[in-house]
Design a protein. Structure first.
Length: 183
């Protein structure tokens, strides 16, 4: 085997090995997301081999706590800031089995926090205050295309309204799609 063929084969093998390794590590993703209850700009980035953090800012229905229940008002909107920690427990197993792990596709356990500012288009009704939501969730994130993601999560949450000194426990459920702007 001559030197030219050896160098060419080495370059090809190195490239294949390098690209295979890249697909098996968590990625940073800047994205725009829309789900049942919000529209947001998110940035998901790895903080370890199995953990990602996802801060976001967006617009969502205002929250109101009435009779011990959280109610969403699609008529009144609020700006929110949020953060989510996700433990991607199936990521390494999916990679080992040769399943798709692009765009951090995996099942996860997560802790979500979100602070909703009072309704900004609430001129006459003052029953929508500043709220803090905390929720533990199980979910999954799957890539649908090179830039599209599907996300589903379900869990249990707690919300506190700081203006009206009320709180409630609620079911946390989300189904949404994201478009990845940059990696």
């Amino acid at each position: 085997m001559n030197l030219k063929k050896l160098v060419s084969a080495s370059v090809v093998l190195f490239s294949v090995a390098f690209s295979f390794g890249q697909e098996q590590s968590l990625q940073s993703l800047g994205k725009v997301s829309a789900n049942l209850t919000s529209l947001s700009i998110d940035y998901q980035f790895p903080i370890s081999e199995s953990w990602v953090m996802e801060p976001k800012v967006g617009i969502a229905p205002a929250h109101q706590i009435s009779d011990g229940k959280m109610e969403l008002s699609y008529k009144y909107n609020s700006i929110f800031v949020a953060n989510e920690f996700r433990y991607l427990y199936s990521f390494a197993k999916r990679a080992k089995l040769g399943r798709d792990t692009k765009l951090n596709s995996a099942s996860y356990l997560g802790l979500k926090t979100r602070y909703n500012f009072g309704a900004f288009n609430n001129e006459r009704n003052t029953s929508y205050g500043n709220t803090l939501n905390l929720a533990g969730v199980w979910g999954l994130q799957r890539n649908l295309d090179s830039n599209f993601l599907f996300n589903f999560h379900a869990g249990l949450g707690w919300v506190r309204d700081f203006d009206f000194k009320k709180s409630a426990v609620y079911p946390e459920l989300g189904i949404g799609f994201s478009y990845v702007l940059f990696k």
